[in-house]
Design a protein around this ligand. Structure first.
Ligand SMILES: *[C@@H]1O[C@H](CO)[C@@H](O)[C@H](O)[C@H]1NC(C)=O
Ligand SMILES: *[C@@H]1O[C@H](CO)[C@@H](O)[C@H](O)[C@H]1NC(C)=O
Ligand SMILES: *[C@@H]1O[C@H](CO)[C@@H](O)[C@H](O)[C@H]1NC(C)=O
Length: 271
């Protein structure tokens, strides 16, 4: 076993588990049974997961631009952005769509919109599914599917978005990686173990990385219900797993459809 593997195992063993949670938080290999049952009586979740996106990887696939798509902004893409704050069970499944009456209402988060547009943008022009079977903003999808299941810790939409922004600000993953020399690059490859160790040292818990074609696509941090960091169960599917050496691509917005990239706009139309 090499040193990094040894250290990872060591850190896993010494890291604290959340008080009162079951010991089974390293999960099954097969994560991901979506439980879309009507929600009223869904059992309380076990832990939070903050999912961050790496636009440098996701934006490579951009083939359609619109003002809602942050991949099309001239300046938006050199940091991890928020995917969502999710709630999971220790067995690798998660509740979804827990409150039929809590349709997303953008008016409830007006004070947060400036921050959400910068740090929690959509990276696509497509609308996302909502819990009533319709389509809506990225934020609507995240609140209805995941946020409504965060009771009894989070009960309302405003608190969901505010809490997520606060955790995101507290653990600046982009900064942690850059300070350790993991600089976005279209030529370098970095050891996955080094990236994981850098986060472990800064956050005191093990993150989970998801890759696409060897490029970091998503980075996940896990938290107890009191928002203390905890190790993430290693339950990515083989297709999502990262290789031993990964890239952290830089994305240079291209002109698409004959148009130059769209300047950032704080206009309500832009979301
Ligand atoms: C959700 O609300 C709709 C409209 O109020 C209702 O028709 C539907 O049965 C509800 N679904 C659940 C799972 O409660
Ligand atoms: C992009 O530029 C705009 C206008 O200068 C600025 O307000 C916004 O914060 C920038 N976005 C990011 C993600 O830096
Ligand atoms: C994270 O750190 C980077 C690099 O220091 C900085 O540019 C960025 O504004 C920080 N992000 C947040 C959300 O504080």
């Amino acid at each position: 076993m090499d040193f990094l593997t040894f250290m990872s195992v060591f850190l896993l063993l010494i890291s604290t588990s959340c008080y009162g949670l079951s010991e089974n938080h390293h999960g099954d290999e097969e994560g991901g049974l979506l439980v879309v049952a009507p929600a009223k009586q869904q059992k309380e979740f076990d832990y939070f997961l903050l999912a961050l996106l790496w636009p440098g990887t996701l934006c490579q696939g951009t083939n359609h631009c619109c003002s809602a798509n942050a991949c099309c902004r001239s300046n938006a893409t050199s940091m991890f952005t928020i995917h969502g704050l999710w709630v999971n069970y220790n067995d690798g499944t998660w509740p979804a769509c827990c409150n039929n009456g809590s349709n997303f209402d953008i008016k409830k988060i007006t004070p947060l919109l400036g921050g959400l547009q910068i740090y929690w943008p959509s990276l696509s022009c497509n609308l996302e599914s909502t819990c009533d079977g319709g389509k809506g903003l990225f934020w609507a999808h995240e609140w209805e599917k995941h946020g409504t299941c965060a009771t009894p810790v989070i009960w309302d939409e405003y608190t969901y978005f505010l809490t997520t922004l606060n955790i995101y600000f507290k653990y600046n993953i982009t900064k942690i990686l850059i300070e350790e020399g993991y600089i976005p690059s279209n030529s370098e490859k970095y050891p996955l173990g080094g990236i994981v160790s850098a986060i472990q040292n800064a956050v005191r818990a093990t993150p989970l990385l998801v890759c696409s074609d060897g490029a970091v696509q998503e980075l996940r941090l896990c938290f107890c219900k009191n928002f203390e960091p905890q190790d993430c169960p290693n339950n990515v599917t083989p297709e999502e797993a990262c290789p031993r050496y990964v890239s952290l691509p830089e994305y240079v917005p291209r002109s698409l459809g004959g148009k130059r990239s769209i300047p950032w706009s704080s206009n309500r139309e832009a979301i």
